[in-house]
Structures are given as structure tokens and as C-alpha cells.
Design a protein around this ligand. Structure first.
Ligand SMILES: C[S@@+](CC[C@H](N)C(=O)[O-])C[C@H]1O[C@@H](n2cnc3c(N)ncnc32)[C@H](O)[C@@H]1O
Length: 227
């Protein structure tokens, strides 16, 4: 694998400014594949907000050493970790004290990997993200956007800004349009058998009606009656 650690201040600065425009109360920022930390310095310079904490990760020890020597990053914790390692998430928790961050930025790292590795990486990033996930403008992107949403692993993300690759993780309590099923209830009055089907592929497609409000046995949503 070719790994250039290429970075520099001012790189895709407009994208970082776009991220800042979406922020509300986010406090913890993680930069994965941060190299020697130039993008973190850029972000900190652009942000006028106080009380934020910054973290960075790179698998290359020499670049992490450079980041940790940089006086502009004296309040930023930059650690060595490899996102492709099996225990990456545990490693991050051990080294930073946290397993989740409000905003996870991972720019220009995916460009080095094939699709399989990249999907593994994005799924780990999604797990670390509490609110916003930001990928690099030039990073490959294979996700199908549906209803302005993309699905990463188990969770859905709203596409806030496609050009700037800024995604918002949906809260578990938020209605997830990617998970919403259309249910159908068909009643065969002739032989008094009730037939329910759930179009999402749930298996509860034929059983007797026991409650007034039938609930899909797979996804626990109320099945509405259709004509
Ligand atoms: C092109 S640089 C991007 C630096 C910065 N994010 C930017 O956009 O300017 C990619 C960085 O990702 C790091 N990297 C590549 N693979 C990695 C991995 N598996 N785990 C952690 N860091 C990785 C490299 O060491 C390198 O510093």
C-alpha cells in the first residue's frame, strides 16, 4: 500500500468551514488519519467556540510524534492507532478515554484502500460517531442515497451536505425512514383466518390475530389495516 501522509494547512478548508456551520453543542472532535495534525489546527483556527476537546488518530508513529510536538496542538490528544486492527475501537477507548465522539472527521484516508477495507473503516467510523461524520471530498463513496439518507452498518445517516460529505447520525429515537416498513393486514373473513404480511420481509406473514392492534413480530411496529 502506498501511504504518503500527505497533508497541509488550508487543505479543503471550505469543507471544514461547512462542518462548522452545522455545529450546535458538539464538544468532542475526533480526526482519524490526521497525519501531523494540520487539519486539526485549521479547524481550531476557524472555530471561535470555547471548551471543545480535540483528538486525532494516525497509524504512522512518526507523524503522530510530529503532531504531539506541534505547539498549536498542545491541547489536542493525538494517538497512534490503526483503524484496520480488529481491536481498534477498544484501542481508541484505552488511549483517549472515549469510544464515541460528537464529530468524527476522516478525510483522505479511504483513498488508499479498496472497497472492502473502506467499508470496514466507514463502519468503525460510524460506530465512533455520536452526531456528525465527515469524509474527505475526494474519498470514494459507494453508498446509495435514498430519501436523503445513507445506511452504514446498522445505523442511518442523514446527508446534510453531499458535496462536503457531511452526514448526521440519526438518533435511535428518531423515526428512521430507512427502517420504516409498510405493513399490510389482509383479512380473509371467509374461513375466519387472518393473514398479515409485512412488506419489509419480516416473517410474520400468517398467524392468528390476538390483539386489537396487531404488531409485527419481527419489528414490533403496529400493522395498519389496508383495504
Ligand atoms: C493523505 S493523509 C490525510 C491527512 C489529513 N486527514 C488530510 O486530509 O490532510 C492520510 C493519513 O491517513 C493515515 N492512515 C492511513 N491508513 C490508516 C489506518 N489504517 N489507520 C490510521 N491511519 C491511517 C496515514 O498515515 C496518513 O497520515
Amino acid at each position: 500500500m502506498i501511504d504518503l501522509h500527505f497533508t497541509g494547512q488550508g487543505r479543503d478548508l471550505e469543507q471544514l468551514k461547512a462542518v462548522l456551520r452545522h455545529l450546535k453543542n458538539e464538544k468532542k472532535f475526533m480526526f482519524v488519519g490526521c497525519s501531523k495534525g494540520d487539519e486539526i489546527i485549521d479547524f481550531q483556527k476557524e472555530s471561535s467556540r470555547k471548551g471543545l476537546s480535540y483528538f486525532g488518530i494516525d497509524h504512522h508513529p512518526q507523524t503522530v510524534e510530529l503532531a504531539n510536538k506541534n505547539k498549536y496542538l498542545s491541547h489536542t490528544k493525538v494517538v497512534v492507532a490503526n483503524i484496520l486492527e480488529k481491536d481498534f475501537l477498544k484501542d481508541v477507548k484505552k488511549k483517549t478515554g472515549f469510544s464515541k465522539f460528537d464529530v468524527v472527521v476522516c478525510r483522505n484516508l479511504l483513498i488508499y484502500y479498496d472497497e472492502l477495507c473502506a467499508i470496514e473503516i466507514i463502519e468503525k467510523l460510524a460506530k465512533m460517531t455520536k452526531r456528525f461524520l465527515v469524509l474527505g471530498i475526494s474519498d470514494p463513496f459507494w453508498f446509495a442515497v435514498e430519501n436523503n439518507m445513507i445506511k452504514i452498518g446498522e445505523r442511518s445517516f442523514e446527508v446534510l451536505d453531499f458535496d462536503n460529505k457531511i452526514f448526521r447520525k440519526l438518533e435511535k429515537t428518531e423515526t428512521d425512514p430507512m427502517k420504516r416498513h409498510d405493513h399490510f393486514l389482509a383479512v380473509d373473513l371467509g374461513n375466519k383466518k387472518l393473514m398479515r404480511t409485512c412488506c419489509s420481509g419480516c416473517t410474520a406473514d400468517m398467524f392468528e390475530l390476538k390483539t386489537k392492534e396487531p404488531v409485527c413480530e419481527e419489528c414490533r411496529e403496529i400493522i395498519r389495516e389496508t383495504d
